[in-house]
Design a protein around this ligand. Structure first.
Ligand code: ADP
Ligand code: MG
Length: 567
């Protein structure tokens, strides 16, 4: 029987176990999307490719298989590039499928013509254009392998219009799939023994848990390791939940002290980049010994020489180290070294508690978060973006389960929120519905961050992925102006950070058939959260929370700066 390029692409994706494709159709990929739908794969059409590509990245992170994004040529591919770059930065598997102009027209100024392969080559682990229908399945298979083997990352396949439309006899085709999950490798035994000895003899050992550990599904091994050794731990923002934040050995609330005191650090699937202050003084001690566990050989010894370098799968390596460490080798309660960390945790928690209950009007970030925190169920998928909103929320909202926090990530990308929330809800509705019935996806967004992808509310409602979005609205980026100040400021001297004050983001939700709340007081917020949680089982809800426009006035980026250079 005759078949065509679209059908071969769809069948190959199906054979790889793909259940959802994110994207936007147009020439020349409408037929591809239709063939995908005919294969029983869900197609979620977005309003801008940017969000579709973010959704695909998050889907990859949550499932361990590449999230698939289908876009048109030229501008479609360019708009999807942010998700690809974000996936590289976060080490997430993503498969971008880009339509492209007819091969015989290339170089002639064809419709939406662009050298996409050249562009994507720089930003992916693998990029290719199948030369014929016979090659399509093979190329998709290679792309999937590259995306999940070794350090995960994005891959690209270029699909010219004439390939999509070409026909052949299906007897000639072999459809490959699915690519087996990656094999796991152990680390060198001698190095494991040295790591275990260092950790046993350390006075102030600390485990740092990164999103590589979350991606690796190493939660069982790491929880066992922590409970066995009694070593305190600290998650990175997306490493939260691998071990519950409520675990008594979590020292998040005394982060700075633990980082600067620690004499031995076990680094599990986290990079010593800006998020961890490059592993350098003054945040880390000059003499700290790092035990680095990472799947990516080239990552080892980056920014700071590791004392022990363990290359392989964090899930298995943690188990290896555990075998060589005596049970309860650290007795936190009696340790003169570790005791002060937990004193500091207590003091910091008490200081935050005070801020949470501060009743000044308009509300502060803390006050608003307290009203929300009191009411959120424990097992939500928590999406967070925005500058102050994300920063402050990180320390206030605990995460108890792995891969339940999605944020701006390694690249600090703003605008990811709605794409991530839609992908998160999709995964928890379909893939994990048995484990997490009725799991809520809650996105806590700065007003500016929300603005990057507000129209995706329509996508979320159409795709039947109900989410609760809480916008912490301070009328601007970092901070904004109140209505009176805004009105009295001449146009040409408005600060670059200011947005229109009191924008009714909640009305956007209503305009697309969702539910909106506009709140100014803690009581109104509390009530809206309760109703929003009920409603967001069935529809999208936006709670637009007006807080102090002044926010945290001082832009304190000292932790990002090292020394100022004179030019
Ligand atoms: P965080 O932002 O939480 O610090 P990063 O994204 O910086 O995390 O680092 C994650 C690290 O995890 C990357 O260096 C990546 O190579 C590594 N990684 C990914 N998967 C695995 C795995 N299965 N085993 C070990 N390391 C992994
Ligand atoms: Mg703001």
């Amino acid at each position: 029987m005759l078949t065509n390029g679209s059908k071969v692409i769809a069948k190959s994706l199906k054979a790889q176990g793909v259940t959802v494709v994110f994207g936007i159709v147009g020439i020349p990929v409408v037929e591809v999307a239709e063939a995908i739908i005919a294969e029983g794969i869900k197609f979620i059409g977005f309003r801008n490719e940017q969000s579709a590509s973010y959704a695909a990245g998050a889907h990859g992170y949550l499932t361990g298989r590449p999230g698939v994004c289908l876009v048109v040529s030229g501008p479609g591919v360019v708009h999807a590039l942010p998700g690809v770059v974000n996936a590289t930065a976060n080490c997430w598997p993503l498969l971008l499928l880009g339509g492209s102009s007819d091969t015989y027209q290339q170089g002639m100024g064809a419709f939406q013509e662009m050298d996409q392969l050249a562009l994507l080559k720089q930003h992916t682990k693998y990029s290719a254009r199948p030369a014929s229908l016979l090659q399509i399945s093979n190329v998709i298979d290679s792309a999937v392998r590259y995306s999940i083997y070794g350090r995960p990352g994005p891959v690209y396949i270029d699909l010219p219009a004439d390939l999509i439309q070409a026909e052949t006899d299906d007897q000639k085709l072999t459809i490959k799939g699915p690519v087996p999950n990656p094999a796991k490798s152990l680390a060198d035994l001698g190095a494991v023994e040295r790591a275990a000895l260092l950790l046993t003899q350390a006075k102030m050992p600390l485990v740092i848990i990164g999103k590589g550990a979350a991606y690796a599904r190493a939660e069982h091994a790491i929880r066992e390791f922590i409970d066995h050794s009694n070593i305190p731990f600290l998650p990175t923002p997306m490493g939260k939940g691998v071990v519950p934040d409520s675990h008594p050995l979590c020292v998040s609330a005394a982060r700075s002290k633990a980082l600067s005191d620690a004499d031995v650090v076990l680094l599990l699937g986290a990079r010593l980049n800006w998020i961890l202050h490059f592993g350098q003084p003054p945040k880390f001690s000059e003499s700290v010994k790092i035990i680095q566990v990472d799947i990516h050989p080239e990552e080892h010894h980056a920014n700071r020489r590791a004392e022990v370098s363990l290359v392989g799968n964090v899930d298995l390596i943690v188990g290896q180290i555990k075998e060589h460490i005596p049970a309860n080798c650290h007795n936190v309660r009696d340790s003169p070294y570790l005791g002060p960390w937990f004193e500091k945790v207590k003091a910091n928690v008490a200081a935050t508690e005070k801020k949470l209950k501060d009743d000044t009007y308009p509300m502060s970030y803390h006050r608003a978060f307290w009203e929300i925190k009191k009411r959120l169920p424990e097992n939500v998928i928590f999406v967070s973006e925005g500058a102050n909103t994300m920063d402050i929320a990180r320390s206030i909202f605990d995460v108890q389960e792995p891969r339940c926090r999605l944020d701006a990530g390694t690249l600090a990308t703003m605008g990811v929120g709605l794409g991530f929330a839609i992908a998160g809800k999709r995964v928890f509705l379909i893939v994990a519905k048995v484990c997490y019935p009725n799991k809520h996806v809650v996105a806590i967004e700065g007003d500016s961050a929300f603005g990057f992808s507000a129209m995706e509310l329509e996508t979320a409602i159409r795709a039947n992925t109900p989410i609760l979005i809480i916008i912490i609205n301070n009328n601007g980026i970092y901070h904004g102006l109140d209505v009176a100040t805004y009105k009295s400021t001449p146009d040409n001297s408005l600060p670059s950070t200011a947005l229109l004050p009191d924008v009714r983001y909640d009305a956007i939700a209503e305009a697309v058939g969702g539910s909106g709340y506009f709140v100014r007081t803690p009581d109104e917020l509390g009530q809206a959260v309760e109703e929003g949680l009920r409603e967001s089982h069935n529809t999208c809800v936006v709670i637009n929370v007006m807080i102090q426009p002044g926010g945290r006035k001082k832009l304190d980026f000292a932790w990002l700066q090292t020394t100022k250079t004179k030019l």
